[in-house]
Design a protein around this ligand. Structure first.
Ligand SMILES: [Zn+2]
Length: 143
């Protein structure tokens, strides 16, 4: 997750948006609740749509290395094609410029897709102690 920089979380308790640390991203990845760094209350990403978006980040992180390989291959192929006389020098220059442009556009797009803000929901304990106490009192008063 080192490549996924720029992911922010929004705390449902204190309404603060903060940059998520790697350990917090790990907690979200394994769907574990964690404490808000500001109000120290428990948070979890429970929106299925955002969870899917979060898991797709790994896939976006792969865009950078695969684009680098693709660009290198196209540049070499264009160079060889020019060398063996398949295309002109101008043609080789055009191909190189277009592939570099596509490379930077793809990286920019991938980076914009990686910059997301996750709405972290409050986690309620299954049954709070006060609630259990109230049930116990109600049962006792019925007897
Ligand atoms: Zn908070």
């Amino acid at each position: 997750m080192a490549t996924a920089i720029g992911i922010k979380g929004h705390c449902a308790h204190c309404d603060i948006t903060f940059e998520l640390k790697p350990w917090q991203l790990n907690a979200i990845a394994i769907e574990e609740p964690f404490d808000c760094p500001y109000c120290h209350r428990v948070l979890q990403l429970s929106c299925p749509r955002q969870l899917r978006q979060f898991k797709a980040l790994d896939h976006w992180a792969l865009v950078h290395p695969s684009m680098a390989v693709l660009t290198c291959v196209v540049l070499i192929v264009a160079l060889v094609a020019e060398w063996v006389g398949l295309i002109s020098v101008i043609g080789q220059l055009n191909v190189s410029l277009v592939v570099l442009l596509v490379h930077f556009l793809a990286l920019r797009y991938a980076r914009s897709r990686q910059r997301i803000t996750l709405d972290l929901q409050a986690v309620m304990p299954a049954l709070p102690v006060e609630h259990l106490a109230r049930i116990a009192c109600a049962r006792l008063s019925q007897q």
